[in-house]
Design a binder for this molecule. Structure first.
Ligand SMILES: *Cc1c(COP(=O)(O)O)cnc(C)c1O
Length: 412
């Protein structure tokens, strides 16, 4: 459920009309709904209310400070994957004790920064990284709290680029190496093994792979306890999918219930790292049609948004629903919606039935709140878009559109 609805044939974000926003702020324009973000966070977090848990929003899904701040105010922790995301989380007012640090390649400087900040824990992804964290922490006279990201070899049945918990993926440690790593920590002065972690992939539309991974981790938990390790948290990562098209992912309540049944009564803090399910359908991308063009084989709508603004269709072949911002009731036509970038992979939709639209009219690209702006680039020297956060009648400029001078600001 989101708060983007038509009123008399015109699309609104909460109480504000999209054409009005486009007039004032230009296009391409990201618009996020505060009520939707709140609702999604609340629905997810309350699904685990029976458990000692911490919902750590995955910053990479949508890293805008206003979005982070809104979620932090609701009590969210954050899952970060870089020093830059740590900087954002702290700026947004997130409590350091609610930050978990994931990712396969944390640099020495990033490890130091996280230890200085005093985050909750590192999810460690290799033995070499463990050795590095131990070294850095010791040199600072600190003890780093760590968990290992375990690769449970489970098929999440999602796009290969966003599958992370299979044997062939770069992420985490298999059980054998995890066991080695946990044992190694017993002789290390700079680290303390306090957690277990896994994140098997993104946009999962079934609970089964989560349960399969959980089962394997709980087995392993027994082994670790037998070793005398004081495991305090179990981080199950993110990955719950959303409807982009006809997908029917489980509701967070169902997800929480299924996991809760396996976890209730265990002396573990459960950590969850939802990203897409919080932000994905809380944002849209508004774009203006520049030109309509027909070739002997296709009809193209050339719009002012491109793969640099929203790369998911180009990168993953993802479906984003596209519709008119103002409904004119014209007959439908089969079109490709493409951007101005000089790549054939620059498209937002292919072979889509859309009512006929004219140059100068607006389209909405739905489900653009996660992995939209956060994956944007300046390719073709395009300025990154403006981001707005709408809250009822209120419009917050969450990020100004970049200027041409912003584009070259760091160049000499
Ligand atoms: C990307 C990521 C997430 C969030 O995934 P979603 O599919 O957006 O929920 C959580 N944890 C880790 C470690 C990630 O890399």
């Amino acid at each position: 459920m989101h708060h983007f609805e038509y009123r008399d044939g015109t699309l609104y974000a909460e109480n504000v009309s999209i054409p009005e926003l486009a007039r004032e702020y230009g296009t391409p324009l990201y618009v996020y709904s505060a009520a939707t973000l709140r609702r999604h966070f609340q629905a997810f977090d309350s699904a685990f209310k029976g458990l000692d848990h911490m919902t750590c929003y995955s910053v990479k899904a949508n890293s805008n400070l206003s979005v982070l701040k809104l979620l932090a105010e609701m009590g969210a922790g954050m899952d970060i994957v870089s020093g830059g995301e740590l900087h954002r989380a702290i700026k947004a007012g997130v409590t350091p004790e609610k930050i978990v640090y994931s990712g396969v390649g944390k640099s020495e400087a990033e490890i130091r920064q996280a230890l200085e900040t005093g985050i909750y824990a590192f999810n460690v992804e290799s033995i070499a990284e463990l050795v590095k964290i131990n070294e850095v922490a010791e040199s600072m006279g600190k003890v780093a709290r760590v968990g290992f990201r375990i690769n449970p070899d489970v098929d999440p049945k999602t796009h290969p680029y966003i599958s992370t918990g299979m044997k062939k993926n770069k992420f985490g440690l298999d059980f054998e190496n995890s066991l080695r790593a946990y044992k190694m920590t017993r002789d290390m002065k700079g680290v303390e093994a306090v957690g277990m972690d896994c994140h098997i992939g993104s946009q999962l539309t079934s609970i089964d792979p989560f349960l399969e991974a959980l089962e394997k981790l709980l087995d392993f938990y027994g082994t670790l306890r037998d070793l005398g390790l004081d495991i305090q948290y179990l981080d199950l990562g993110g990955g719950l999918g959303i409807p982009y098209d006809a997908e029917e992912p489980p509701h967070p309540t169902e997800f929480g219930k299924a996991l809760g049944e396996k976890l209730i009564g265990l002396p573990l803090k459960v950590i969850l790292e939802p990203g897409r399910v919080i932000a994905g359908n809380a944002g849209i991308l508004a774009t203006e049609v520049l030109y309509a063009k027909s070739t002997p084989s296709k009809n193209f709508l050339i719009v002012d948004s491109a793969m640099n603004d929203l790369v998911r269709p180009s990168l993953y072949g993802s479906h984003h629903t596209i519709a008119e911002v103002v409904q004119h009731g014209r007959p439908a036509k089969m079109v490709d919606v493409v951007g101005p970038i000089c790549e054939s992979s620059d498209f937002l939709a292919r072979d889509r039935e859309l009512p006929e639209v004219m140059g100068g009219e607006l389209l909405v690209v739905y489900s653009a709140g996660a992995y939209g702006f956060s994956m944007a680039s300046n390719y073709n020297s395009r300025r990154r878009a403006c981001e707005l956060l709408v809250d009822g009648d209120k419009v917050i400029v969450a990020r100004k559109r970049e200027t041409y001078d912003d584009l070259i600001a760091n160049e000499i």
